[in-house]
Design a protein around this ligand. Structure first.
Ligand code: ADP
Ligand code: MG
Length: 410
């Protein structure tokens, strides 16, 4: 028995490759369990590094920085899809616990390998073809994929690296404009809704998931997430969760994985893409669930228990892009009216501490929670109005007025 007056604690030092907002929220979750975090990111103004215990300011493939991370950290994760898988591999080879693995990240970083995984796991996805060279443009079968979207196989995000194509000529021009980088041509589909699911898988194979997220994108960037996803059937929700679990299992994945889905008007559910990390559409879980996606990331990294997360409030999340820092009429720089937003009941404001607002840059998010979905939607609509965002999608029709924000739930 230890009868002394001091004892060592079991707090761990964790490493994070990538220093954006996802890393910042991971730091908050890790620190709330008493752990320390070292962030590796070249940006001196990294949002995650501002919150972390240590900042290694170096490139992701910088050998001395990776050596220090391996020497000082018990386990390392990543928050940025484009961190080279080789960096994760180098850390694992140095005996560091790494989750997700380099191999799993490499699949999610490459749209063609990702599609091959969907097929292997029996998860339906959009009709597509690989366009890896100019010779591939001559394939007759491509006609069936037009109109389509040409997407670079690697390094795309938030709609970047994508070109809509309506004809063979447009396809050839788009391939040239993407510098003939390896691409996937996908058929453009009539989307009824976009959904996503976050699963967390432990080293033991145990899997839990967050509820299904309903997402609305504007200009290729996530704009709104609503949970529960409106109008979603139980069968669709169960199918999406089963697909996401199967993908994690097929990959032997450890960590947090987000799978995006398209729901078509005829009810078909197709996997779109995966992110080997927490995801923008999962941010609501911080305020609306008893375990957030970042808590799950910490737990899977450290082999901590993984109970099924429970959603305790309905939630609507609004992404706050840098555009909000510019007056829509005059184009002049301005600070959004945060006091007005913070006065709304159930409004949880998360700003990422970025020093410079740029159009299209993710600066923060606002999650509105409420006991009832209609109430969350109603107050989120008010917040959108105050911020100068477009009116919310999913606003209930006038025949179904939203619950008054001040009235107690029935
Ligand atoms: P990113 O990596 O930029 O998120 P996605 O493949 O998810 O790339 O595409 C971004 C958005 O573009 C999707 O959320 C969806 O709104 C739209 N989109 C992508 N592929 C298709 C498609 N095949 N048909 C219709 N819309 C699509
Ligand atoms: Mg996407």
């Amino acid at each position: 028995m230890n009868t002394g007056t001091s004892a060592d604690t079991r707090s761990a030092n964790l490493g994070m490759l990538g220093g954006g907002q996802l890393g910042r929220m991971f730091v908050h979750a890790a620190q709330s369990l008493g752990h320390r975090v070292t962030v590796l990111d070249p940006d001196p103004a990294s949002p995650a590094a501002a919150a972390a215990d240590e900042h290694l300011r170096a490139a992701y493939d910088d050998e001395p920085a990776l050596a220090r991370l391996a020497a000082t950290c018990e386990a390392v994760s990543t928050e940025f899809e484009n961190v080279p898988a080789a960096a994760l591999r180098a850390l694992a080879e140095r005996g560091c616990r790494v989750a997700p693995s380099a191999d799993a990240v490499a699949v999610c970083q490459h749209r063609l390998r990702e599609k091959q995984l969907f097929v292997r796991a029996g998860v339906p996805c959009a009709p597509h073809a690989a366009i890896e060279s100019e010779a591939d443009l001559d394939t007759p079968a491509l006609d069936a994929l037009l109109p389509g979207i040409l997407k670079t196989a690697t390094l795309g995000y938030d709609g970047k690296g994508q070109v809509g194509v309506d004809s063979r000529a447009a396809l050839a021009a788009a391939f040239t404009s993407l510098r003939c980088a390896p691409c996937v041509l996908e058929k453009r589909l009539p989307l009824a809704a976009e959904l996503s699911v976050i699963v967390a898988r432990a080293r033991s194979g145990a899997i839990v998931h967050l509820p299904l997220q309903g997402n609305v994108h504007r200009d290729g960037i996530l704009a709104v997430t609503e949970v529960p996803a409106p109008g979603l059937s139980r069968a669709t929700a169960e199918a999406a969760i089963a697909h996401a679990r199967r993908l994690a299992e097929t990959l032997g994945y450890v960590g947090v994985l987000c799978v995006e889905f398209f729901l078509l008007a005829d009810g078909r559910l197709l996997a779109n893409e995966m992110a080997p990390r927490p995801h923008n559409s999962g941010h609501y879980s911080i305020d609306a669930c008893d375990l957030s996606q970042f808590d799950l990331q910490v737990r899977t990294l450290l082999d901590l228990p993984l109970p099924q997360p429970r959603q305790h409030s309905s939630a609507v999340m609004l992404n706050l892009l840098g555009d909000l820092w510019f007056d829509a009429g005059t184009g002049r720089a301005r600070e959004p009216d945060w006091p007005a937003v913070l006065a709304l009941p159930g409004a949880h404001l998360h700003l990422y501490g970025k020093r410079e607002a740029r159009r299209g840059r993710k600066m923060g998010h606002l999650t509105v929670t409420a006991a009832q979905a209609g109430e969350a939607r109603h107050i989120a609509g008010q917040a959108a109005g105050l911020l100068g965002l477009p009116p919310l999608p999913y606003v209930p029709s006038p025949s179904q007025p939203p619950a008054s924000p001040t009235s107690p739930p029935p």
